[in-house]
Design a protein around this ligand. Structure first.
Ligand SMILES: CC(C)(COP(=O)(O)OP(=O)(O)OC[C@H]1O[C@@H](n2cnc3c(N)ncnc32)[C@H](O)[C@@H]1OP(=O)(O)O)[C@@H](O)C(=O)NCCC(=O)NCCS
Length: 180
């Protein structure tokens, strides 16, 4: 794996490390119930969020069996507009991806640009042969994003989420599908 994985630029966004300086921008979308609705994480206090940003900003990226979190910044002013979580499996054969974007920046294709860049990083920097995304069947923007990037539905899971029975789709994108 190469030393400096980030920053990584796309046309309109930059993937970069999170830092404590992002606290206000991070809390702006992490405390938005619409953004948090189908997420595995919950909104936290400012002090918990600061500790998370500090730890994750210094943490190692793309380590087997561990989640890492990276920031999505607007290219124009470097302000944080969302984040992406990536978990490389213990055997490094696949990576799971999750994503969140501030509502003010949704509907412009920016999350798609960011997730595409993150997938490219996974395939360049790890041996994973596929990336998966797991999403609630009611989360239509997330399903649309995954399908737009070429993910295919490979499984349907019955789960319990926040005490409530729900159905989730598992989407996958293989390395071969992204090959030029
Ligand atoms: C999932 C989420 C990131 C999708 O954000 P998004 O902005 O809709 O996604 P994209 O970046 O792919 O943008 C696509 C939308 O922008 C529009 N768009 C405008 N300009 C565009 C462009 N240049 N390129 C692509 N799409 C563009 C598309 O038409 C599309 O709108 P539509 O969905 O109404 O058809 C966002 O809804 C979110 O943060 N949700 C809460 C967190 C969550 O549930 N995450 C998933 C759990 S894993």
């Amino acid at each position: 794996m190469s030393g400096d994985l980030l920053p990584r630029s796309a046309e309109r966004i930059v993937l970069r490390r999170l830092s404590v300086d992002d606290l206000a921008d991070f809390q702006a979308y992490r405390c938005d119930p619409d953004v948090a609705r189908y997420q595995g994480w919950e909104a936290t206090s400012d002090s918990e969020a600061r500790a998370f940003l500090d730890a994750t900003g210094k943490g190692r990226l793309l380590q087997a069996g561990e989640w890492c979190q990276i920031g999505i910044a607007a290219r124009a002013d470097a302000a944080l507009i969302g984040d992406i979580g990536i978990c490389l499996s213990k055997d490094e054969t696949e990576a799971e991806i999750g994503f969140s974007l501030n509502r003010q920046h949704q509907g412009k294709g920016l999350a798609g640009d960011a997730v595409r860049a993150a997938i490219q990083m996974v395939f360049e920097e790890t041996p994973a042969h596929r990336v998966i995304g797991i999403t609630d069947t009611r989360n239509l923007p997330s399903i649309r994003l995954l399908e737009r990037l070429g993910f295919r539905k490979i499984d349907t899971l019955q789960s319990i989420f926040q005490g409530e029975a729900c159905t989730e789709y598992v989407f996958a994108l293989t390395r071969r599908q992204t090959a030029p």
